[in-house]
Design a protein around this ligand. Structure first.
Ligand code: APR
Length: 235
């Protein structure tokens, strides 16, 4: 591995698959059982808030049944040890990176364990089922709380911070994402354009594999600890 100082890691649903959380575009994926338009758009929420709350309440409840896997733990080890800059950009809304100990982390698509009140614009932690009558802890309004998740057509979070990190990184690692959704799918191009070495770890070639300098096909639980070991060996 050539000289590395600043690292950006992008993760997708594939990093949480070995923990038992469903991905989106596999045969048994979340988008097989649900229409994206109905459960992951503002229009879908307006049309049937009960259906959307049921979808996210089920996913939120599932978090209590799973634990971080070796890939999350390896990234947390890298985070705790890496002397240069590091930013873990996750598209995932689960809390497995945090539970493994990651600190330098951004959730660009929001978090299952947060709520957003459309009456007062307050955002807050939310671990229980939300349902249509949830009461905002900030303004007491009932029925105006939605999941703090970025839906299709909405602006992802922390875009500036992510772009800045991409422009100054010399290693970009993409883990467990199909490369189907922008802006995340374009990050490899930004990193490459700015001179970074780009590595992909995925169970199967993604839509963006051709853009990577190196593609490591395999399970994140095996390949991420291996890559982190290579990065930490010289320290
Ligand atoms: N190890 C490594 N990669 C894996 C593993 C594993 N154990 N299991 C699955 N994968 C790979 C799959 O091959 C696939 O390419 O993870 C990828 C998961 O792709 P998606 O299901 O499309 O999930 P993701 O890329 O995170 O989706 C991006 O789309 O629907 C939106 O907002 C949603 O954040 C999500 C975004």
């Amino acid at each position: 591995m050539p000289e590395v100082r600043n690292i950006v890691v992008l993760t997708g649903a594939g990093i949480s698959a070995e923990s038992g959380l469903a991905t989106f575009r596999a045969e048994d994926g979340l988008w097989e059982g649900h229409r994206v338009e109905e459960v992951a758009t503002p229009a879908g929420f307006a049309a049937d808030p009960g259906l959307v709350h049921a979808f996210y309440d089920a996913r939120r409840a599932r978090l209590g049944e799973v634990v971080p896997n070796a890939a999350h733990e390896a990234l947390a080890r890298l985070d705790a040890t890496w002397p240069g800059e590091l930013l873990i950009v996750t598209q995932n809304v689960d809390d497995l990176h945090e539970r493994a100990g990651a600190k330098r982390l951004v959730h660009m698509h929001g978090k299952l364990l947060r709520g957003w009140c459309l009456a007062c614009d307050g955002r807050f932690g939310w671990a229980a089922p939300m349902g249509e009558e949830a009461v905002c802890p900030a303004c007491d309004a009932a029925g105006a709380v939605r999941p703090d998740i970025v839906w299709f057509g909405e602006m992802p979070y922390e875009m500036e911070r992510i772009e800045t990190a991409l422009r100054s990184c010399d290693l970009f690692v993409s883990i467990g994402t199909s490369g189907a959704v922008y802006p995340a799918a374009g990050y490899v191009q930004t990193a490459k354009y700015c001179g970074a070495r780009t590595v992909e770890i995925n169970l199967a070639p993604s839509l963006g594999s051709v853009m990577f300098d190196e593609v490591r096909i395999g399970r994140a639980g095996v390949e991420v600890p291996r890559l982190v070991g290579e990065l930490l060996a010289p320290l």
